[in-house]
Design a protein around this ligand. Structure first.
Ligand code: SF4
Length: 568
């Protein structure tokens, strides 16, 4: 199997030390990205760790595909114990950081410890004898700096581009439980609050640069060129509207959460549709090397507001779910989240929760004010910064989360297989983990779409899809390559049999599950806030296919040295 190259760089921010070690055996087994991170986390993070304590570790890595010049590979993975879900969580960001990360020459970077000073950490290629080249720069003047201000500082003082940088905004420093790690100014390791983990360590920014990857010479199969050619010549609607191309379809089939999940369609959808986003798009946007270029740099001429996006999930969370029907208002919330460093899904959903409690749906001014209050933990924002799961009772509303993670769109009450995948996902109610929804939308020209209602026959398909996605996240390949990076091509790109890859993906999912079992997670966490006919039987079937216990645990996990669960 092709895999990422290079050693693991271990950075202790409390001791201000950097050491490296070879991890070739782990790379051969887990490829890179999420797989490698998960394996490292399983071995090195104590099961009882406090997610916001010094012993939590955050891993960054790429996969073998980042050495190619192929489309869909401008991404990388980050993994830590989430302060939002309390379980192990991998998050994935696009942009251009992945190429600079491979340039620094490491397969993975581990950050551990806690610094009293706010730090920027600069990672460069190691010396010829392998000695790491890492500098720790106190940056007190960047306290509570927004994303673009961090980029400006690093550009002026270090001649770096936003593409060299991963940083946190005020939300990460203030340990907002759904803070993101931002890169390339507008791209986010969004889900699971990994920005709060980095912020809790006193790390404001990490920078990566170098040319180490130039020495890596891989003879790529013809499929790599084919994938790139198809990405370039595709006329897919996502190249114009990104993920918002699904907004109206989701609304039509009753799968667009609205008014804090009290409805499944939104009468104001026209004002926040993909067409509205396309009207605001003023240039092409992409990730490193990617000819598909589905990103959405948008501008509103009237107000001068510029942002990148909003993507479909942001349109759902800050639009339909908040009762807001003007795309410019959604763009405003999107831009605030990027600058302040927060996941737009979790932030939009918790804001929508507050609007439900206060009967203030549609109040865009209040929405924007709440976003800022959350990032700085001011007024009611201090409570909302804890997320829906921890605060919903106080606000007298339902808990619309799975494992503490707020729901993405593609409503599982309509798309039942997607509903099951929200429940089984080790990181909670996220749409990209099992990514079942494409099977269930009645897409034009897609004769084999599944009946969205019911779960018959879906658990085996979900297991394969979760395993497949774990392979993509380990390789690291963008999931919007669907249809282009076929099973055969994936096998050829990674120089392996497809079944061998799926087995690797399965091991990744199982390691995540076992880690979370050790923290107290079981079947009672694989639940939904709504009923689906046949759900419990389908869940049992899912466990059986995976070879897990009926209670949702991995056999033998308890034989590990498992201390009590930390935190709540
Ligand atoms: S398909 Fe879109 S999100 Fe994926 S790598 Fe390409 S530009 Fe980035």
């Amino acid at each position: 199997m092709r895999h990422a190259r290079g050693p693991l760089l271990r950075i202790d921010v409390g001791e201000r030390t950097a050491t490296s070690e070879t991890i070739d055996d782990l790379l051969a087994e887990f490829v890179g990205g999420r797989g490698l991170n998960t394996r490292l986390a399983y071995e090195r993070i104590p099961f009882d760790v406090d997610p916001l304590g010094p012993e939590n570790r955050i891993y960054f890595s790429t996969g073998p595909m980042q050495y190619s010049k192929t489309s869909y590979t401008g991404r990388m993975a980050a993994t830590a114990v989430s302060p939002l879900t309390n379980g192990l969580c991998s998050s994935n960001a696009g942009g251009f950081l992945s190429r600079n990360f491979t340039g620094a020459g490491y397969a993975a970077v581990e950050i551990v410890g806690e610094s009293d000073d706010l730090l920027a950490i600069h990672v460069r290629e190691a010396d010829e004898d392998g000695t790491p080249n890492v500098t720790f720069e106190p940056v007190p003047d960047l306290a509570e700096a927004e994303t673009s201000a961090v980029s400006t500082y690093l550009g002026e003082e270090h001649d770096l581009e936003p593409e060299n940088v991963a940083c946190v905004g005020p939300a990460g420093e203030n340990e907002v439980r759904f803070a993101s790690i931002m890169t390339s100014d507008t791209r986010a390791f969004g889900r699971g609050g990994l920005g709060a983990v980095l912020g809790s360590k006193g790390v404001k920014a990490l920078t990566f640069a170098g040319d180490a990857d130039a020495e890596i010479d891989i003879e790529w199969p013809a499929d790599a060129g084919e994938v790139h050619r198809e990405a370039a010549t595709s006329d897919h609607i996502m190249k114009r509207q990104g993920t918002t191309s699904v907004t109206e379809l989701a609304n039509t089939v009753n799968a667009l959460p609205s008014y804090y999940f009290s409805k499944q369609s939104f009468e104001g959808v026209e004002g926040i549709s993909g067409d509205r986003v396309e009207e605001k798009k003023y240039k092409k946007g992409t990730c490193s090397q990617c000819a598909f270029a589905c990103k959405l740099p948008t501008r509103d001429e009237e107000t001068g507001l510029e942002t990148e996006g909003p993507e479909f999930e942001t349109v759902m969370a800050f639009g339909s779910n908040a009762g807001v029907d003007d795309i410019v208002d959604v763009m405003g919330a999107n831009e605030l989240c990027d600058e302040l460093g927060m996941d737009t899904i979790s932030c939009g959903d918790v804001v929508s929760m507050f609007l439900a409690a206060e009967d203030e749906f549609g109040n865009a001014e209040l929405v924007h004010s709440l976003v800022e209050q959350i990032a700085y933990r001011e007024a009611v924002g201090d409570k909302l910064a804890e997320g829906i799961h921890r605060t919903h009772e106080e606000f007298g509303v339902e808990d619309w989360t799975v494992k503490g993670l707020a729901f993405a769109g593609h409503d599982g009450r309509q798309l039942n297989g997607q509903g099951l995948s929200f429940a089984t996902s080790n990181r909670g109610a996220d749409h990209m983990y099992g990514e079942f929804y494409p099977f269930e939308y009645p897409l034009v020209g897609k004769e084999d779409a599944l009946d969205p209602q019911g779960l018959d026959g879906k658990p085996p398909k979900l297991v394969v899809k979760e395993n497949h996605n774990a392979v993509l996240d380990s390789a690291v390949i963008c999931k919007f390559s669907r249809g282009t990076v076929t099973e055969d091509r994936l096998a050829s790109l990674l120089d392996a049999e497809y079944d061998e890859l799926l087995a690797m993906g399965s091991r990744v999912v199982e390691l995540e599950r076992a880690f979370n079992n050790a923290r107290g997670f079981d079947r009672s966490d694989d639940t939904l806030p709504y009923e689906i006919d046949g759900f419990e039987d389908a869940l049992s079937e899912y466990y059986e296919i995976r070879g897990w216990n009926e209670d949702g645990t991995v056999p033998g996990y308890e034989e590990a040295d498992v201390p009590a669960v930390a935190g709540e």
